[in-house]
Design a protein around this ligand. Structure first.
Ligand code: MRU
Length: 350
């Protein structure tokens, strides 16, 4: 998607398209340091697993610039960059891409810490640019593999936003949609609005309309009915973390869709880069699930929709067990059951 610039690095500053303001306004957040970026991540100015990872990589570069500008001694400088990495790691717990990317930046830092501060900045920027570029290439490749299973005249149900706005560009689940649409297939997307924060309604609809991909918005509680009416051929959503056995954490509501889809014999595909797979975790119940502010449920755009003192449970993600998933579309191909064995094989595939 040429004209959506979710994440930009310009004149030593990180610029993020503010996902909190869309579709009302196209505004940008300027991050000059890692704390500003941390705030943007916590408040979902930048969100979506791969986008958080890419933005965090640039957050590490911002720290290296701080060291140069404040003339920190070498040891202070390395400590400062590392404290930035620690802080950014604490901003959101579920999406593995954040830790994957910070880990990669930290490893790079360890290799170059004897260089001058200017050189450290240069090398960290190279690594962040590489993470950015690889993300777009990876998504394109996910789109290409995913396109193989998209039939002409297909109706796809999607959840949350797994598009250009959730990545450095192109998207994962929406990358598949985009690829199929651009290859000339007649496809139509049903977009789940995705309460509480409406990433489907606000962001996915905005992206799809921008590219004139046919789409219809539904509220989350309509999914079962549209499936029963045979209006859905497949479900595709993204992932925030996938465990070694193929269980998938994604935006709250993904699990309900998968259960409904099983009842109606509709295949469910997950589109995600291999960097979203956490081989260290055995199964979905090991994934830390973020719980967000109760106000996100009690209010809608700051307007009260429930009494102030009502108790609220607000998990941001849920886990869909592997038996409900027909395949995981990655940049190296589609992983099918049995997941444990086939995930390992996909990692080893050249
Ligand atoms: O809370 P968010 O908006 O960061 O949640 C995002 C999602 O759940 C996406 O579906 C997921 O990160 C996949 S993004 C390519």
């Amino acid at each position: 998607m040429e004209n959506v610039k979710t994440i930009q690095w310009k004149d030593d500053v990180l610029i993020l398209l503010d996902c909190r303001k869309l579709p009302e306004k196209e505004e940008y957040i300027i991050c000059n340091n890692y704390t500003e970026l941390g705030e943007a991540i916590k408040t979902l100015g930048v969100r979506g697993a791969p986008a958080i990872g890419v933005a965090a990589a640039y957050g590490v570069v911002l720290s290296s610039i701080h060291c140069i500008e404040n003339d920190l001694k070498k040891e202070e400088c390395i400590n400062y960059i590392k404290s930035g990495i620690n802080y950014l790691s604490s901003t959101r717990p579920t999406a593995i891409n954040l830790f994957w990317s910070l880990n990669r930046m930290n490893k790079r830092l360890n290799k170059i810490k004897n260089l001058s501060k200017e050189k450290i900045k240069e090398e960290l920027l190279k690594e962040a640019n590489l993470i950015f570029k690889e993300d777009i290439e990876t998504n394109f490749s996910i789109g290409k593999y995913g396109n193989d299973i998209i039939l002409d005249n297909c109706n796809i149900l999607t959840h949350c936003n797994a598009g250009a706005l959730a990545t450095a560009g192109y998207g994962t689940a929406l990358g598949v949609v985009r690829y199929a649409h651009n290859s000339g297939k007649n496809i139509h997307v049903y977009v789940d609005e995705t309460r509480p924060l409406l990433q489907g309604a606000r962001l996915t609809c905005w992206e799809l309309l921008k590219e004139e991909i046919p789409a219809t918005l539904i509220t989350d509680n309509m999914a079962g009915y549209v499936m029963k009416l045979k209006m859905i051929d497949m479900v595709i959503f993204g992932a925030d973390r996938i465990t070694a056995n193929g269980d998938v954490a994604n935006k709250i509501g993904s699990y309900s869709l998968a259960v409904l889809a099983k009842e109606h014999n509709i295949p469910v595909y997950v589109a995600a880069p291999l960097s979203t797979i956490d081989l260290k975790l055995k199964e979905g119940k090991d994934i830390p699930i973020e719980e967000r502010s109760k106000e996100e449920v009690r209010k809608l755009f700051g307007v009260k929709v429930a009494p102030d003192n009502i108790k609220v449970f607000n998990p941001a993600f849920d886990v869909t067990e592997n038996n409900l998933i027909s395949g995981i579309i990655t940049e190296k191909g589609i992983i099918r059951p049995p997941y444990k064995k086939n995930i390992e094989e996909m990692f080893n595939k050249k």
